[in-house]
Design a protein around this ligand. Sequence first.
Ligand SMILES: [Zn+2]
Length: 377
Amino acid sequence: MTGTFRIGRIVGIDVSLHWSWAFIFVLVTWTFAEGILDTTFPGWSIAQRSIVGAAIALIFFSSILVHELSHSVVARRFGIPVSSITLFVFGGVSNLGKEPENARQEFWIAIVGPLTSFAMAALFGAGYLILDGIESGVADISANLAFINTAIGVFNLVPGFPLDGGRVLRSVFWARDRNILDATRLASRVGVYVAYTMMAIGFLTFFFVNPVSGIWLFLIGNFLRGVSAASYEQLFVEKTLKGIPAALVAKQDYTPVSRDLSVEDLVEHHFLAGHGHCLPVMAGEELLGLVTLTDVRKVPRDDWATIRAHRVMTPLADLKTVGLNDDLAKVLALLAADSLNQIPVVEGRLLRGVIKRSDVIAYIQMRQAIDAGKSAS
Ligand SMILES: [Zn+2]
């Protein structure tokens, strides 16, 4: 996701923050400093209220983080690797290394998040009950945090894919129909309907109840509509690419280089000549490896004349490759998993073509254009 920065690592999972979270931070701090704390602690200065407001915003942030971590921990128990968690404006996303294998795994990975939020709400609720009468100001803050965690749990249970509630819904469709693609389409369609309903309620709330709550509901609905539609598009891409052989879009427009070419010649006659950033090192039709600009940069300038291409290339054994009959869905998954720009198409050790990321995108766009023409006529 663009616009994110890494803030740390917890139980082996990278935690990143999306810039939109700054907006929530300010909003939560402000809501408490200007509104709630003003009534709870009437004697406090604006500075005191702002500091405590910021502290509450941090606890709010931690609550969402704990919610996301619970998804990750359960996913890992099912053997699904979790590389990172990104926190953004309305919550967080756990980046699972792969989709759950069955409906049961999906159900538990999804439901544990809201359950965790409700458990935290219960803890803060208990804090309120214990402190009420002893330290009523702190008790009120605890009550507010109980409310916030309940709200996180309830919001995530909204049956709009890819929110937790939508995932629970998908797991139910999945268990019923035994088809994850159809289940996703159904769940994301429900998500879009739920989103429009929230936006409509937000619109009415804005005019007839409370403008601020109305804007909130509308924004949340609009966000949900976007992500639901996106997960449908992701499905469309998967469906479009499924069963289409790599051979169809593989191109032979690369310039092969020999294993004994010096790094100097590689730079002078190939990289600078515009033959691309990544060249196949070949012996006849046989692919030996790929050499990139990055490989060349590692070689000290003085050694350019003596070091040969095969010494700096990534050998075939270490490369991700696909066969002529592998489908484009697999190609795209491999490109995405390692952020590759191209992947060689091979038959045994023989190079049959190269697929660039842009070739796959061009194919999807062409299919979209053709399908749009079909529905228009
Ligand atoms: Zn969740």
